[in-house]
Write a protein that binds this ligand. Sequence first.
Ligand code: 13P
Length: 329
Amino acid sequence: MSELHSVAARMVEKGKGILAADESTGTCTKRFEGIGVESTFESRRNYRSNLFTAPGLESYISGVILYDETFRQNIFGTDNSIPQYLQSKGVLPGIKVDTGAHPLKDGSDEKNTIGLDGLPERLGEYYALGARFAKWRAVITLGDGMPSNDCILANAEGLAKYALSCQQASLVPIVEPEVLMDGTHTIDTSFDVTERTLTAVFDQLEKHNVDLRGIVLKPNMILSGYDCKNQASVDEVAQKTLECLTKNVPSRVPGIAFLSGGQSDELATLHLNEINKHDTNWNVTFSYGRALQQGALKAWAGKLENTKITQEVLLSSAKSNSLASTGSL
Ligand code: 13P
């Protein structure tokens, strides 16, 4: 098996999932503001070191997605670089490589993700520093007349070009087309837009000769918009999500690792568990940011003495999602 195939298989190994800890400095600062903690180079390093050094994290977590700053930091109080520390624990280090979602056109509410300039050089450096996979997040917004076909196509092309560059640099690309869950739309609209998006993404991946056995897909689940009056049940979310993915994701793809997208921790876990009670063509797991970290962030509260409780809360959440990834919660 090629390195790409074996890394992709490890990322979605049964009973494990991915910890997304790649918040940009701006996003991390917003999260810290929510708990009244100043966001600095050191406070971000302290918080993330607490997460990564949680004892036994590797039983539930196959890989961690890092942001450039974290990728170049040492574990708090040590000389161990964070990617090398993760590797020594048997956890794959990953790196966010897009440079953000920007307006598709002047004044547009739609976004296009950028970051292709200089990408091959950056990927080569990250690989040499220990990265084994990468992430690029495309954002599809729902609303009046949105998403446009132009938005879907531009984002699908960006994802495909990024994925090919990653594979050429021996990194497994996480392909993340996120259809946002904000809005009043129904679950059926979420289904239709996700279907349009996945169709375009796989069309572009094939056109760019991306090896589908060497990627991990990171999609949204199919949910009712957060402000929709009728909220679909856990059963319906699982059934519609599976139907949409089965129709639109080739079985050559080894794994699907969902984003949580602002769902409550509990619902993100319950949905994953319900989905995994069914037979699927791929390993289906989590690549959660907020749904894994929310509790740990509150427990930490910016204080060094809260390390143990921060780690306990993270491990409890990681364990629940590990069980959900085999439908055995
Ligand atoms: P959430 O689980 O908080 O949506 O974050 C996952 C992620 O990596 C978004 O790109």
